[in-house]
Design a protein around this ligand. Structure first.
Ligand SMILES: Nc1ncnc2c1ncn2[C@@H]1O[C@H](COP(=O)(O)OP(=O)(O)O)[C@@H](O)[C@H]1O
Ligand SMILES: [Mg+2]
Length: 284
């Protein structure tokens, strides 16, 4: 059983991530691994024993705050604490690959005016093989719905698989959201589309992508939400209500890409609920 890992930096948002991660670990029967990455590079020129002592004291305070939050949320949850030295985004990316999920706050201590998503979160989500969950705030009251955004990435099912697994663990329902639109750019062929045919085609794609998961989780309530809309708008709107929105890290034709797709990136920036970013294809 892999650990659920959470990254903490002393911010309030990271504590929201701790609560989410503690719930997730408890449901999975996994350990919660609380990690603070100590980045010494900004202080390299001023290295001294006093600085070392000061940095470890800060790290201790951050870790014990996080541990207290985890205990309050899930008493008895097995937890390990780790201070690791390095570049936070690099270290956390590596940990995501070996975890059942890496949970981060959407913001951190380095909050700069006007930016919505923190720099570490941005560099980690979509850039690791393991699922990364970005938590914006303290969890709200649960509504029992997990939304998964479907695109037409053929044969790569990890986001759907992650969503079904989570819904099964939480007794939640799945809403499979497939937003589609007709090409509107100026070189789109000037044909009159039969909208009913297009809609039926889109539904067939969605149905076939979900089929194997419906078979694997026969008791799980699943609804299709096929709509003609922009995927970013549809997914951000879904995040106002849902407990979790699961998106692929990138879309079609970029199976090996380490660059996050524009839909996932924009959904992360505007999300109102935790977002799980999962690479569509891969070993996990
Ligand atoms: N040094 C770190 N060690 C562990 N986790 C971190 C570290 N820095 C940031 N994080 C995680 O990433 C989240 C977002 O922080 P970050 O992307 O750095 O935002 P900001 O740019 O606002 O500081 C934090 O809430 C925390 O979960
Ligand atoms: Mg930061």
């Amino acid at each position: 059983m892999k650990d659920v890992t959470v990254g903490v930096d002393g911010s309030e948002t990271a504590l929201a991530a701790v609560e989410w991660a503690a719930d997730d670990a408890a449901r999975r029967g996994a350990w919660l691994r609380i990690v603070h990455v100590v980045d010494r590079s900004p202080y390299e020129l001023a290295a001294s024993p006093e600085l070392d002592a000061a940095l470890s004291e800060v790290a201790c305070r951050i870790m014990s705050g996080a541990e207290k939050t985890a205990r309050a949320r899930r008493p008895g949850l097995p937890t390990r604490l780790e201070n690791i030295e390095g570049r936070p985004a690099d270290v956390l990316r590596g940990l995501a690959d070996e975890s059942a999920g890496l949970v981060l706050g959407s913001r951190g201590m380095g909050r700069t005016a006007g930016s919505i998503l923190g720099s570490v979160s941005m560099q980690v989500a979509g850039h690791s093989t393991g699922p990364v969950i970005i938590v914006p705030d303290r969890p709200r009251r649960r509504v029992g719905e997990i939304v998964v955004g479907l695109d037409d990435t053929a044969d790569c099912h990890r986001p759907i698989s992650y969503a079904f697994e989570k819904a099964d663990l939480h007794g939640a329902e799945i809403r499979a959201l497939h937003a589609w639109s007709l090409p509107t750019h100026s070189y789109a062929p000037a044909i009159d589309y039969d909208l009913n045919t297009v809609r039926a085609g889109q539904r067939a794609v969605a149905t076939s992508r979900l089929a194997r998961f419906r078979t694997r989780y026969p008791a799980l309530p699943v609804s299709d939400d096929l709509r003609s809309a922009h995927p970013v708008e549809a997914l951000v709107e879904a995040s106002r209500e849902a407990d979790l929105v699961v998106v692929g890290a990138h879309g079609r034709g970029r199976a090996d890409s380490i660059v996050m797709g524009s839909v996932s990136r924009r959904v992360l920036r505007h999300a109102r609920c935790p977002i799980a970013v999962v690479r569509p294809c891969g070993r996990h």
